[in-house]
Design a binder for this molecule. Structure first.
Ligand SMILES: O=C(O)c1cc(=O)[nH]c(=O)n1[C@@H]1O[C@H](COP(=O)(O)O)[C@@H](O)[C@H]1O
Length: 271
């Protein structure tokens, strides 16, 4: 983030985007799309975030494209966050962890998005494997979609909100890490006042804060500043369609990524 600017570019090959790029909605189109985004963005953004669903919808050959993208990104020196949002009972979570966080697994990028809504403790196999292989997690906390509030703003009998308890659990795992721990959170840039109203202490998390919702979902510099306040130095702003709409031309895509990265840097790192 310090080197390339605090921007993550999402690789979300929607059928409509493949069409817009003049590509077929099949595995060849998926591969061309993904490798073009990588070529355009490597060196201009801190991370790439392939959204697994858009690869899985093409079946096993689509998953093979995700594997190829993860490997190619590693060769190109750009970090990958595999956005698969996994979460299950602990024994099954261990298998997801092996898939996405184990050295040598073809689907293992540098980090994985996970869902804590089966209980934060159910993520322990992923937390442990990520720690032992030097990878990271991004745990859903306050998601960018309006429906998320019905679960994430709910309170426990002691009055603590779900979001605040997720953030506190991450903070405990990251305690003492310098410069940041490896258990990040997902907090949408579109959540408005929710960080305050749920009493979620983002400044205490001491981990990276992935902020989707920039661009196509309507958030920009003002929202990033407003939502994250004093925690904004740890934010990795994430945009998918907002950048991808500039394709298929690689120089145009790169220019869109550079502009989004500069905007994020100014919003998050400026005075
Ligand atoms: O974990 C995520 O990345 C995520 C969490 C969230 O709260 N909201 C959210 O939009 N996302 C993902 O971020 C991407 C947003 O895409 P755009 O709206 O096109 O920028 C999608 O891949 C979503 O699955």
């Amino acid at each position: 983030m310090d080197e390339h600017g605090p921007l993550c570019v999402g690789v979300d090959p929607h059928a409509s985007l493949l069409k817009q790029w003049g590509l077929p909605d099949d595995v060849t189109g998926l591969r061309e799309f993904s490798l073009r985004v990588l070529e355009a963005v490597a060196g201009s953004a801190a991370a790439l975030k392939p959204q697994a669903a858009f690869f899985e919808r093409h079946g096993s050959r689509g998953v093979a494209v995700l594997e190829e993208l993860v490997a190619s990104a590693r060769d190109a020196g750009i970090l990958t966050i595999v956005d698969a949002k996994r979460g299950d009972i602990g024994s099954t979570m261990a298998a997801y962890a092996e898939t996405f966080l184990r050295d040598g697994s073809p689907l293992a990028g540098d980090a994985l998005t996970v869902s804590p809504f089966l209980g934060f403790g159910s993520l322990t196999p992923a937390v442990d494997l990520a720690a032992s292989t030097g990878r990271g997690l991004f745990v859903l906390c306050l998601t960018s979609n309006p429906e998320g509030a019905s679960v994430q703003h709910a309170t426990a009998p002691d009055g603590t909100t779900v979001a605040a308890s997720v953030a506190a659990a991450a903070a405990e795992l990251n305690a003492g890490a310098v410069p940041l721990g490896s258990v990040g959170l997902v907090v949408g840039a579109t959540v408005g006042e929710a960080v305050t109203t749920t009493s979620t202490d983002l400044a205490a998390v001491n981990g990276p804060l992935l902020a989707p919702g920039v661009g196509a979902q309507g958030a920009g510099a003002a929202e990033l500043r407003h939502v994250f306040g004093d925690a904004r130095g740890a934010v990795l702003a994430s945009s998918s369609r907002g950048v991808l709409a500039a394709g298929p031309d690689i120089p145009r895509l790169r220019a869109a990524a550079v502009a989004a990265s500069e905007q994020a840097r100014e919003a998050l790192r400026g005075a």
